[in-house]
Design a protein around this ligand. Structure first.
Ligand code: PEP
Length: 250
């Protein structure tokens, strides 16, 4: 049985004090939630605030990116070891904004996935097609290419621990959600491709989120789909009451 995982990707939002304020309001609203794992991915500068505030709670946290090397002359970058030492359990890798604005290829994402796993960080690996791909009917081909490139050389045992996130780019931050059956169809395809790549046991174990304009009012329908194991949430994770409502979709 896969435990659903709902993760908030705060992107470049919230200072340390704003994060503290969020936690003060959010924690009581989600206390006792057990039906899903709750994860917050703030900017690096707020990780220590989340680490302190989430101690002894049902909240895990992660980062939004990292470098593939462990240390060195990489000005402005952050390593897996640094994130682990800061208390991170997860790291989002291959988000479409990283791919689009920072030129991250599948090969780069693959290096990062390997480094994260080698340092006991669990990747939340994002894949998803652009609107033009969907309209051209090439969604599966694009998503398969991203999966094969990003997961190359990763053992089944490691894939089974990871989280995958299917995020159609045309649905991110646009208010346009994939229908639950469209999301289910692609996520079932992803699970089948993981099975073909590393075997059915890992495919059954790996958790696959949907991401793209998930809100409190569409979460239940998405989460009811058999292959959808959670959500990666941008905008709706920034406000404590809204994110708590989404987490309590049941
Ligand atoms: C995201 O960026 O991962 C995302 C899903 O954003 P939003 O929920 O705002 O569409």
């Amino acid at each position: 049985m896969r435990q659903p995982i709902i993760a908030g990707n705060w992107k470049m939002h919230k200072t340390g004090p704003e994060t503290q304020e969020f936690m003060t309001q959010f924690l009581p609203l989600v206390a006792g939630v057990e039906h899903c794992e709750i994860v917050l991915c703030p900017p690096y500068t707020a990780l220590s605030v989340i680490a302190a505030a989430s101690q002894g709670t049902n909240i895990a946290f992660g980062a939004q990116n990292m470098h593939w090397e462990l240390q060195g002359a990489f000005t402005g970058e952050v390593s897996a070891g640094m994130l682990k030492a800061a208390g991170c359990k997860y790291v989002i890798l291959g988000h479409s904004e990283r791919r689009e604005y920072f030129g991250e290829s599948d090969a780069v994402v693959n290096r990062k996935v390997k480094t994260a796993l080698a340092n006991a960080l669990l990747p939340i690996l994002c894949v998803g097609e652009k609107l033009e791909h969907r309209e051209a009917g090439s969604t599966q081909q694009v998503v398969k290419g991203q999966l094969l490139g990003s997961l190359a050389g990763i053992a089944a045992v490691d894939v089974s621990k990871m989280v995958l996130a299917y995020e159609p780019i045309w649905a991110i931050g646009t208010g346009r959600t994939a229908t639950s059956s469209d999301a289910e169809e692609v996520i079932a395809f992803i699970r089948a491709e993981v099975g073909a790549l590393v075997g059915s046991a890992a495919a059954e174990a790996v958790r696959i989120q949907y991401g793209g304009s998930v809100k409190p009012d569409n979460a239940a329908e998405l989460m009811a789909m058999p292959n959808i194991d959670g959500a990666l949430v941008g905008g709706a994770s920034l406000e404590p009451a809204s994110f708590a409502k989404l987490v309590r979709y049941k």
